[in-house]
Design a protein. Structure first.
Ligand code: SF4
Length: 319
């Protein structure tokens, strides 16, 4: 069942040299109990898409058109006060660096209790029990003692668990995880990914996972959306995507991860364009091995590439 829908979102930034568009007709659907991985290199527009959902955009950002529907209301039209009830309580963020969400001056327990008080209206013993329960659910050992610790006394993985506990304590319906494991070592990465997966299954939570790392989401994502230069260039169920990637950018990303055993690893030459660069036609064309003349002149539409699968590439235009 659909819980969140982004429809044709266009967004840009007011820069010193004028308005620069950063998102182009971004459309995404998130269903209850599914993990959607939004994948692409840094600077492709993944984080700004997610921050649009939370309405946590820089001051110079401007949404020029589009809608973001959550529980039948357009988030973009809500008053700031109404948005505060959604942010944190119904849609929670797991950031790349948990210290951006934890205040170093207060114990982790105080911060968790504050969240429980604001979003669940619980106080005293009831709130404390809820906090212990949340810590136990995210497998933080000795929950009673750890609630009295300060953020600097937690490891990176434990801090991420505490942030996830806050989302759990509020019964958040959507978790937006923005590169949640980038700062962690490989073993802890796997544990945090398993934890997010368990929350999805046990609570029917919808997860929007933002990552540059396709290997990380191979086992757990239900659907993949690939973003390049502010546009969704491919979207497909995960199994279909990994078996039959259609967009040359997706193929290049897949060829650059170590899991393709036996094949030499490839790199993608060049960099994604900045929003200051104007590129005609398909924005991937300067880096694309399959580039044709039409690609330098026209913008490809979304063409069907399988069941619930599209690719914004002229190679999929079968007309
Ligand atoms: Fe490459 Fe052309 Fe497809 Fe763009 S439209 S990805 S340049 S083949």
């Amino acid at each position: 069942m659909k819980i969140l829908e982004i429809e044709k979102l266009n967004l840009g930034f007011n820069c010193e040299n004028g308005f620069r568009q950063a998102l182009y007709d971004v459309s995404l659907t998130l269903n209850r109990g599914e993990m959607l991985a939004l994948v692409g290199e840094s600077g492709c527009g993944k984080t700004v898409s997610a921050m649009s959902i939370l309405r946590l955009l820089p001051k110079n950002a401007a949404i020029t058109s589009g809608a973001i529907t959550f529980e039948s209301q357009d988030i973009l039209q809500l008053k700031p006060r109404d948005m505060q009830h959604i942010r944190g309580a119904k849609i929670a963020l797991i950031p790349q660096d948990p210290m951006t969400s934890l205040n170093p001056l207060y114990t982790v327990g105080d911060q968790l209790l504050e969240v429980i008080k604001i979003h669940q209206g619980l106080k005293g013993k009831e709130a404390f029990e809820k906090a212990v329960e949340a810590f136990e659910k995210v497998q933080i050992p000795s929950a009673h003692e750890r609630l009295r610790a300060y953020p600097h006394e937690f490891s990176g993985g434990m801090k991420q668990r505490a942030i996830i506990a806050m989302a759990l304590a509020c019964n958040a319906e959507i978790l937006i995880a923005d590169e949640p494991t980038t700062a962690l070592d490989v073993t802890i990465q796997a544990q945090i990914m398993d934890l997010i997966e368990n929350i999805k299954k046990e609570h029917d939570t919808a997860i929007l996972l933002i990552t540059h790392d396709l290997a990380l989401v191979r086992e757990q994502a239900d659907r993949i959306a690939v973003m390049y230069a502010g546009r969704i260039v491919e979207s497909a169920p995960a199994e279909e995507f990994f078996a039959h990637p259609a967009h040359p950018y997706s193929v290049a990303l897949l060829n650059s991860i170590p899991s393709n055993k036996g094949k030499p690893l490839e790199t993608i030459t060049g960099q994604p364009p900045s929003i200051q660069q104007s590129i005609a036609g398909c924005k991937f064309h300067p880096r694309c091995r399959n580039c044709m003349e039409i690609c330098t002149k026209e913008v490809p539409q979304n063409y069907p590439a399988g069941v619930n699968h599209f690719s914004a590439c002229f190679l999929c235009d079968k007309k």
